[in-house]
Design a protein around this ligand. Structure first.
Ligand SMILES: C[S@@+](CC[C@H](N)C(=O)[O-])C[C@H]1O[C@@H](n2cnc3c(N)ncnc32)[C@H](O)[C@@H]1O
Length: 286
């Protein structure tokens, strides 16, 4: 059978030629219907994840996904889970926590009170790790941690503070390599549903939904930890989020990024000095 023709007589474009347009329309639809703006997320990773959801839903095209998402909020929830990529772990990159202990903690001891923003905290493993570290360093009582994420479902898990028991062996290794000072098992009890972490670790934590793309700053912070979130954003969105962080950090405040992220080449690079360039720890100096 001959390929269908467009109205001007030329052959209809191949599927891959219209896919960028379909993707643009899908992301526009999601933004207008649900208020989640993924339009400036890095294209390659976005495409992979959209197709994973298209196949999982038994669909055949990006437009098919658009139709389903618009009419079925449960499908949007599933897509949100795919797009927000919640991979995390306790004391992830232990060398980062070791550097934080050695290079940031002494600075925090000079403050009467510290406000920390953990942006993109996912299911909370990062927040509990920070809380444990601060408790061991005698800082937790005078700290408030604001733990935020775009995805309300992961925040629910974070609030509950119950993590898979089979992960505890790896997390114990991470904790030791991160300079942990006690037995890691002191922080949780084994329950039927998993390893239940001490409630006191979240006494000074506020969990809240916050979208780095569209929401504003909500306080002034001494430390902002945003690790492994901006790798999923395109360049212009990264620049915007860096502006949000710059405006939200107090003078001499600390910015902590993930191992694959950096402040260099962003519009605010010159406003920071590197405390530890390998561990992506920076201090606002201008
Ligand atoms: C890969 S996880 C990183 C979790 C943790 N920071 C870590 O390093 O282990 C990325 C997190 O960023 C969140 N995220 C993605 N886009 C976001 C946005 N626009 N605003 C806030 N959080 C976002 C995702 O929901 C996800 O939980």
């Amino acid at each position: 059978m001959a390929a269908p023709e467009a109205r001007n007589g030329s052959p209809a474009p191949a599927r891959e030629d219209v896919e960028p347009l379909e993707t643009e329309l899908l992301l526009e639809a999601i933004n207008r219907r649900y208020g989640y703006d993924f339009r400036e997320y890095a294209a390659a990773s976005l495409k992979r994840r959209l197709w994973r959801r298209i196949h999982a839903e038994g669909l055949e095209s990006v437009s098919g996904l658009q139709e389903k998402v618009l009419h079925d909020p449960a499908c949007m929830e599933r897509l949100l889970r795919d797009l927000s990529i919640n991979v995390t772990s306790m004391f992830r990159d232990p060398s980062f926590y070791l550097a934080f202990r050695e290079e940031v903690v002494p600075l925090l001891h000079t403050y009467p009170f510290t406000r920390i923003w953990n942006a993109g905290c996912s299911t909370g493993e990062e927040v509990y790790s920070i809380a444990i570290l601060l408790q061991e360093e005698g800082l937790y009582e005078r700290t408030r941690i604001y733990a935020t994420d775009i995805n309300e479902a992961v925040l629910e898990t974070a609030r509950a503070g119950v993590f898979p028991l089979d992960k505890m062996q790896d997390y114990t290794q991470n904790y030791i390599r991160a300079g942990g000072k006690r037995a890691f098992s002191e922080y949780y009890v084994a329950a039927y549903d998993g390893a239940r972490f001490q409630r006191s670790l979240t006494d000074n934590v506020v969990f809240a939904q916050h979208n780095l793309v569209s929401d504003r700053s909500f306080n002034e912070f001494n430390v902002i930890i945003c690790r492994n979130v901006m790798i999923y954003f395109d360049r212009s969105l990264q620049d915007r989020v860096h502006r949000l962080f710059y405006e939200s950090l107090a003078m001499f405040g600390i910015l902590a990024l993930g191992h694959k992220e950096a402040i260099n080449f962003t519009p605010h690079a010159s406003a920071y000095e590197a405390i530890d360039p390998h561990e992506k720890l920076y201090r606002k100096v201008a």
